[in-house]
Ligand binder design. Structure first.
Ligand code: ZN
Ligand code: ZN
Length: 108
């Protein structure tokens, strides 16, 4: 008897779940596409770790001046700044095409 009642509940909920899923696919109001947030580190990522990485700009997220403008001052203060391209020299591939910024390996 118990088994039967569980099956009944599942069969009743299934169409509801489908309906909810189809609603979730609707574009958000305003129509602006949401950026690929999966490319960016979460707020709690440890600087220098594998998780601390900006996939959009291929630099550590904790050093990504394009994502966090407040970081610019620190680079300028140490002279690590390319005014022509608005980037830290250590991240400026236009001035230094051989530059390779490698993402740290994932911690075990
Ligand atoms: Zn970035
Ligand atoms: Zn440059």
């Amino acid at each position: 008897m118990r088994q039967r009642s569980i099956a009944f509940v599942v069969s009743c909920l299934f169409p509801v779940a489908l309906l909810a899923a189809s609603c979730a696919k609707d574009p958000p109001a305003g129509g602006a596409p949401t950026a690929a947030t999966g490319n960016h580190a979460t707020a709690g990522a440890k600087p220098g770790s594998h998780e601390d990485w900006c996939g959009e700009h291929a630099v550590p997220e904790s050093q990504c001046t394009r994502c966090n403008k407040t970081l610019e001052a620190a680079f300028k203060a140490t002279g690590d700044w390319c005014p022509d391209h608005g980037l830290p020299k250590s991240q400026c591939l236009k001035c230094n095409p051989d530059l390779k910024i490698v993402r740290p390996a994932k911690a075990q």
